[in-house]
Ligand binder design. Structure first.
Ligand code: IVH
Length: 681
């Protein structure tokens, strides 16, 4: 019964919201991830069968498939101010004195909250539904980042129904990236040959400003609410800040569990002391505590200076910093030729480890800081994050020091360098640069790729320097004798290396895809590509639309994969790998259908499928989806009001299926065996 199904859908949405609340707000999950996924899958299935029931507040509607072209500007109804900062207890006491003076001697209680090191956001809810999310910007106007913020699971799309709620509500809070998500992201970036984010804050900021919400969704951002945007003309929401926080929590918004209410400044000072140590145990970065006068009438009495409220003060922790000297600056060459300056430092203890090296990230950053050999520098470590040079102590600069010259030639091969189009990275442009080749080979044989255990860095160096290996395919034609010709290589070691190489010939397909070092494609995306396309041949021949139609593959990744396989040199390399006997394990095929291996184009409005669900169904049937009709198209699935694709299909004589015919073909087994996949190119 349709109405039963609709009721079930409503129940599922409510249950999922409830479990999101338990998980993200109360930190008390009631069910396993598996049971949660099952509820989600059931909801998705009902909505796919009834796309007309889908509403924007459904838990399935977090990720927009449509990248935006840019962000529009939003005016903040109530300006987003900043907070005055202090690093000292004395200044906090002076703050209390000012507060008491203005309150004419009345005592103030305070709420003390962790100062989350992320980005301020304003969430605008109407009738309990998230309508808009905007960044702070200049405080009066910010960017509309709604599509990206909707992907953050800690941000409710719909507020709890059984709690009193103003018709329109602005919620202020902080978007951040947890340390765990940050480490995972940087590990993936390393695998994909992309530069690291320096800290979780930068990573959160970068992720929030992506044009493709699907990528933001993969970044696992999180959120804490810390205030309601108080419109002086709106009815009073609550009478204390503490009550506001409690109310926000009841509405389903995640309020930091460590926020607390205290009666005196001495208690505030004790908390400042405690949290300098306690913060190490958190899975997110805090850079201080925010102290707020609790009573809203007292806040109103205290008012604002031009830029910050007088009722609020941030106590910032002293940064974990140390002074040391830059002994030399190395330039490292990455596998895609990016040159990275790295400072070698006089070893210095800092927050539990000894810091000897610090990345300077890129040459823009090096020039901005004007770091020179011999300089005394401030190195900083935020939590467990990579140490960074944050400042040069100019007073201590030796007289004879000279600015570090930008490399006009690669320090490894001497070939000319060039700046990237966006201007940040300088690259060695020599495709045959031995340093790049070594990096590429080390990556190719790495644990997360072809996993060729016996091929360590020292051996790769020898193989490149002896000229025996000029690309990764050469590894597979190495002979026992050639290996024996290398220094310190005995008979047994050579046999082990040959064995390791031989075993890698039949590694899983995803390993080979990952090992190719396609930009933006790490282990995870390689696994998705392998699962979707089953053979290297199919990945190599996929057009951008087919690649983009895969749920977790965004347009940037799709373009990168497509370009990689269009490149003649890469085609040559793949051919060479194939000839050298590399033959990855094909992914276990699903039961063949009459659509297996076919290319389909969809046009018009369908009744039983959404745009995404038909793509999924086509892929599940072992077929590909293409955006445009060509001679290579096997079928066009046409719904109501088809566009010009139908005319083109008719002109080219491509068979046209209505929904019923498509469904019938999906269930039909093929009448002849599917051809084996052949040569790569
Ligand atoms: S209250 C008018 N509470 O710190 C006061 N801010 O340096 C509004 N921040 O822009 C801010 N945690 O992005 C407040 N618990 C917290 C916070 C917090 C982090 C950020 C916020 C603000 C910045 C000021």
């Amino acid at each position: 019964m349709i109405s039963d199904l609709n009721t079930r859908m409503q129940v599922l949405r409510r249950e999922i919201r409830h479990h999101d609340y338990q998980y993200y707000v109360l930190n008390q999950p009631e069910i396993t991830d598996k049971s949660y996924d099952a509820l989600f899958a059931e909801l998705k299935q009902i909505e796919q069968a009834h796309p007309e029931w889908v509403t924007p507040d459904s838990p399935t509607q977090r990720v927009s498939e449509q990248p935006v072209e840019g962000f529009t500007t939003v005016d903040h109804a109530v300006p987003m101010l900043s907070i005055d900062n202090t690093f000292s207890a004395d200044e906090l006491r002076a703050f209390e004195t000012r507060v008491q003076k203005q309150l004419e001697g009345a005592r103030a209680a305070y709420v003390v909250e962790p100062k989350i090191d992320g980005l301020a956001i304003n969430l605008h809810y109407e009738q309990g539904l998230l309508i808009r999310a905007a960044t702070r910007g200049n405080g009066r106007q910010g960017d509309d980042v709604t599509a990206n913020v909707r992907t953050i699971k800690a941000v409710p799309l719909k507020l709890q129904e059984d709690v009193s709620l103003p018709a329109s509500l602005d919620v202020r809070g902080e978007i951040y990236m947890s340390n765990t998500a940050f480490s995972r992201l940087n590990a993936l970036r390393e695998q994909a040959g992309e530069p690291f984010f320096a800290n979780p804050r930068n990573a959160a900021a970068g992720s929030l400003k992506l044009l493709d919400a699907r990528i933001t969704a993969s970044r696992n951002l999180s959120f804490f609410a810390y205030a309601a945007g108080q419109d002086p003309n709106a009815p009073v929401f609550e009478d204390t800040h503490w009550a506001v926080l409690t109310h926000l929590r009841a509405l389903g918004l995640p309020v930091n569990e460590h926020a607390c209410r205290v009666e005196s400044l001495d208690e505030v000072l004790a908390l400042c002391e405690q949290w300098q140590v306690r913060r190490q145990a958190l899975d997110y970065q805090i850079d201080g505590l925010v102290v707020k006068v609790d009573r809203l009438d007292q806040q109103a009495q205290l008012g604002y200076t031009g830029r910050a409220p007088r009722w609020c003060m941030a106590y910032k922790f002293p940064a974990e910093q140390a002074l040391t000297v830059v002994e030399s600056i190395d330039v490292q060459v990455g596998k895609s030729g990016i040159l990275t300056p790295v400072a070698n430092l006089t070893p210095v203890p800092l927050a539990g480890t000894t810091v000897k090296r610090a990345s300077l990230h890129n040459f823009d950053e090096l020039q901005r800081l004007d770091v020179r050999v011999g300089d005394t520098v401030v190195v900083e470590k935020a939590g467990e994050i990579i140490p960074q040079v944050v400042e040069v102590v100019l007073k201590a600069r030796p007289e004879e020091s000279k600015p570090f010259d930008l490399p006009s030639a690669c320090p490894m091969c001497g070939h000319a360098t060039a700046r990237d189009e966006n201007g940040v990275y300088i690259r060695c442009m020599n495709e045959a640069c031995p340093a790049q080749l070594k990096e590429r080979l080390n990556y190719f044989v790495g644990k997360g790729q072809m996993d060729m255990e016996r091929l360590g860095t020292a051996l790769i160096d020898q193989l490149v320097e002896s000229g025996l290996v000029k690309d990764c395919a050469d590894l597979f034609t190495l002979t026992h004798e050639q290996l024996l010709s290398l220094d310190r290589m005995g008979d047994k070691s050579a046999a082990n290396v040959i064995h390791s190489i031989h075993a890698a010939r039949t590694r899983d397909l995803w390993r080979l895809i990952a090992a190719l070092g396609i930009r933006h494609i790490g282990t995870q995306s390689a696994q998705i590509l392998a699962q979707e396309f089953k053979t290297l041949d199919a990945v190599a021949h996929a057009d951008e639309a087919a690649l983009e139609s895969i749920e977790q593959i965004g347009p940037i990744m799709a373009a990168s994969v497509y370009e990689f396989f269009q490149n003649e040199e890469n085609q040559h390399l793949l051919d060479k790998l194939l000839k050298a006997g590399v033959s990855p394990e094909p992914v276990q095929a699903q039961a063949a259908t009459a659509l297996s291996g076919k290319t389909l184009v969809v046009t018009g409005t369908l009744t039983q499928f959404t745009r995404q669900s038909i793509k999924d169904a086509i892929l599940q049937a072992g077929a590909k989806v293409s955006a445009s009709v060509s001679k290579k198209t096997d079928y066009v699935v046409a719904g109501d009001n088809p566009g010009s694709k139908l005319d083109k299909a008719q002109a080219l004589g491509v068979p046209i299926l209505d929904e019923a015919a498509f469904l019938a073909l999906m269930d039909q087994v093929p009448d002849q065996p599917q051809p084996e996949s052949g040569q790569l190119f």
